[in-house]
Design a protein around this ligand. Structure first.
Ligand code: NAD
Length: 263
């Protein structure tokens, strides 16, 4: 019998961290062995509820961490940097969903992928991963059609357009041998610019997240739509990615690799 995956969660008392801990209770193939919270957090030093080892306590650092196969991180840039240091020192694979990573840390992560397996995604929904692939292929197959991305989120979301909308824009731009910087239209007045990728943003209520990727031709259009109704999809995707990444060679891996071949 294969021993369970030894997993650590960074940002364990955050929204995503808690969702991951919930899922881990029901995952017989993985065991939570380390749970890192912000120094000063009320949880620091407390028992982790529901952990397979009844004596596991939240920690605020990596100093006494046991052997780990994969670290799953949903925290912040500084905390991700510390987790990365630990992964590099011990050759541990890293799955990270943390957004807002600055250029310096992004460069460190890219460099680290020469030594350990790293999988990062701005959106761990498997549905969005498949949508991105279909949209990329459609953008390449229909090079003259106009590309528009419409996204909707709850009223408290701070960034706009969403990281997922930007990632979709980058994917389509790359499929057409250009960059998002060269083609994004975030604001509009007047006629559509040829070859642009247009963005529209809706904010309101408690919308978890909707992305419409539109290819608009003459007399016809293609609409690829993803609607998230529950945040746990991101935790499920990250956990699936963690199982997939365990034992993979060093490198920068993507959710697209996890979904593999369609059909
Ligand atoms: P959150 O604010 O609820 O949780 C972040 C947690 O990290 C907090 O509990 C915070 O205390 C903790 N933290 C801060 N410093 C730390 C440290 N030094 N060590 C350990 N933990 C530390 O936020 P969230 O909604 O859980 O999101 C976390 C990150 O994941 C954000 O960057 C968010 O944008 C991103 N996110 C990504 C996806 C995805 O699918 N990729 C989905 C949701 C959220």
């Amino acid at each position: 019998m294969t021993p369970p995956l030894r997993l650590a969660v960074n940002g364990a008392s955050g929204r995503m961290g808690r969702a991951l801990l919930e899922l881990l209770h029901a995952d017989e193939d993985a065991e939570l062995v380390h749970a890192v919270v912000r120094p000063g957090s009320d949880d620091d030093g407390q028992l982790v509820p529901g952990a397979a080892s009844g004596s596991l306590r939240y920690a605020h650092d990596w100093i006494h961490a046991p052997p780990i196969d994969v670290v799953v991180d949903f925290s912040g840039a500084a905390a991700l940097g510390q987790a990365l240091d630990h992964c590099l020192t011990h050759g541990i694979a890293l799955v990270s969903g943390t957004t807002g990573v600055d250029d310096g840390l992004a460069a460190r992560l890219a460099d680290a992928a020469g030594k350990i397996a790293i999988l990062r995604a701005a959106n761990f929904s498997m549905g969005v991963a498949v949508l991105t692939r279909l949209w990329r292929e459609a953008a390449a197959a229909l090079p003259a059609w106009d590309l528009e991305i419409v996204e909707a989120h709850h009223r408290h979301k701070r960034d706009a357009p969403s990281g997922t909308a930007l990632a979709l824009g980058r994917a389509a731009a790359a499929a057409r041998q250009t960059t998002l910087d060269a083609s994004a239209a975030f604001e509009r007045s007047g006629e559509r610019v040829d070859g642009s990728v247009g963005f529209a943003v809706v904010r309101g209520g408690d919308v978890v997240g909707e992305h419409q990727a539109l290819l608009i031709g003459t007399g016809e259009r293609l609409e690829l739509v993803h609607r998230a109704t529950d945040r746990s999809i991101f935790a499920r995707g990250a956990l699936r990615a963690a199982h997939w990444l365990a034992g993979k060679p060093a490198g920068e891996w993507h959710l697209d690799d996890v979904i593999g071949r369609l059909g």
